[in-house]
Every structure is written in structure tokens, then in C-alpha cells.
Design a protein around this ligand. Sequence first.
Ligand code: OKP
Ligand code: ZN
Length: 357
Amino acid sequence: MLTFHNPHHARHAGQQEMFRGQMVPCHEVPARLDHVLAELQRRPVGPLHTPDLDSPAAQAALDTALARVHSPRYLDFLASAWDEWVAMNPANAALDALPSVWPLPNRHGFRTDVLPRNFAARLGVFSFDSGTPLTAGSWPAARAGAACALAATQAVLGGERSAFALTRPPGHHAGPDFMGGYCFINNAALAAQALRDGGHTRVALLDVDYHHGNGTQTIFYERADVLTVSIHGDPATEYPFFLGHADERGAGAGTGFNLNLPLPRGTGYATWRAALDTALQAVADFGAQALVVPLGLDTFAGDPISGFTLQTGDYLAIGQALASAGLPTVFTFEGGYAVAEVGVNAVNVLQGFDRGA
Ligand code: OKP
Ligand code: ZN
């Protein structure tokens, strides 16, 4: 298993997120990735690389790949967001940008076709929560993370059995033109699209993060060439609340190519594992030629913001089960907020995969 890690991840370090009426310290912190990297150095599963971030050719390839998944106006927004935030008021340089007003695009007739010149309002057009601080380094960090996802995918297209994009901020909540859930760029979607563009005609995503991968689902919802499967806390009670129900099966040409396996808060390994077997059967029935696994470790019993009860040893078996699909596989690092344990749990999945491969 090759790993590409993001050398700029720590430039994204939010100070606080809004949670039920108060500002609380961010859960999605740089130390998360540092723990995974340290565990990979202690217990290697393969070479550790950083992606090419300097060559004009790599930058151009990155821009092309980003535009395959995200809208031009969203990418433009991200690229200039920090400068515009500071231009609103020089004192903003010491603050994170967080939205506090939204157009509710599906209701009430609010318009999103005309972008407000006011940056704070524009931030609301492109966000769906107030828990995702945008900082001075968010865009360079997210961009370098996308480069990790692409490098991991290129390695797999080049014949590697598997590769891991070890990056933060995470990506699976980011949609075609929106950020939220600590995510800006959907790294797993970039990987899946790059696998398609690299010649695999059917690509599956199997999201094992505690939270439904709403961004990924939305990106591929009307497509039959990319199967999206997600095992997650039931949105009736769990974030992101407004998507992730079992009756969402895809639309148009994509009907039948989305599978949600919501599980109640409190679910333990036996039930979770049965859902994984259902998910893997769907991947096999689809005839996938390559697999992307948005790898969240927030299913862990000790996770401070989640509600499943998986144990550290379970992650070895999960890795092994994922390998049993027998597919070229790209992993992207998503959630997991029990910071001291996230490294061991993540590397267990990777090591279990290598054992099973
Ligand atoms: C991102 B990923 C719960 C607050 C929820 C958003 C959670 C985003 C999770 N106290 N805030 O899927 O791990
Ligand atoms: Zn999560």
C-alpha cells in the first residue's frame, strides 16, 4: 500500500466551530493526520510519498481533475475566499470565516443564480453548515489534498493494488458546489472520476465513515457508471441529517446506483459488519472494476462526536473484508476524532487490507 500524505494539511487549522448556540473547539484538528503518519512510520505498510505540488504540469492536471467534480464558480469562490474575507475587514485576518446566512436553495424561492457581492453572504451560498471554518490555509491545504487523491489514483491506475490518500481537511461532505461537514474538496469523488477517466468503466465508492457521504452521493446521484454505497449513522438522528436515508436509490440514469445503509446510533461491530457484507455484495453485483473507500474512523467506540461502538481490533478485519472485493482500491482519509487512537485504527484497516489482498 502506497501512501501519499499532504505536506500542507496543517495550514488548515480552524479555531472554533458553531455547535448548538456556542462556539466550541474544532474536532477536525491537524494532530489527527500527524497520528496516522506517526503510526505509519512505526508500523509501515508501504512507501510514504508526498504528491508533486510544484510542476506546472501537475498543477494543470489538478485543475482539470477539480473541474471534473466541482463547479467553476465554486472553485473560483474557494480560490479567492480568504482574500475576500480579509478585504471585508482587515481585522478578519485573525478570525476564521464561518457562514451565518443561507439562501435555502430548495425552498422559499431564494436565488442562488445571482451571487451576492457581499462575501459573508456568498459564503452562505456555498456552505451547508456553520461548523466548517474557512481559514487562510484552507484552500492550499485542500488543493494539496486533492493532489494526494490524484497521486494515489494514478498509482493504482499504474498497477498498484492499493493506495492511501492521507489528507485533511476531509472531503466526503463536499458537493459539486458546496462545502460543509469540515470538507471543501471531495477527494474520494476526484479519485473515482480519475479512475473512470483512466479507463475503468465501472467504479464503486464504499463510504465507511460514521457520517453519510452526502457530497459524494450528490455528485454521482444521476450516474450509472459510479456506484455510491454508504454505511452510516441514521440521518434521522445523525449529521448530516438531510440526506442518507435508505430510500435514496439514485435518479434518472443513476436509478439503482446509490445504496444507503443507515444504522441506529449505538450499533456495534456485528451489525455494522453485516452491513459491510451487504455493501460488498452490491459492489460485486455492480461489476465494479475499481473501488474507492472514503475511510472514516469515527465508527470507533471512543469517538467524541459519533455513536457506533467499533473496537480497534475490528479495523483489521474491516481492511481484510475490503480486500476481499479483489479490486484496485484507493482510500481517502475522512473522519475519526478520537485523536490518540485514529492512527492505530486507520493503519489497522490498511494492514488488514494488505493481509487480505
Ligand atoms: C465530518 B466527517 C456533532 C457536530 C457535527 C459535523 C460533523 C462532520 C463530520 N457534535 N458536526 O464525516 O467525519
Ligand atoms: Zn464522519
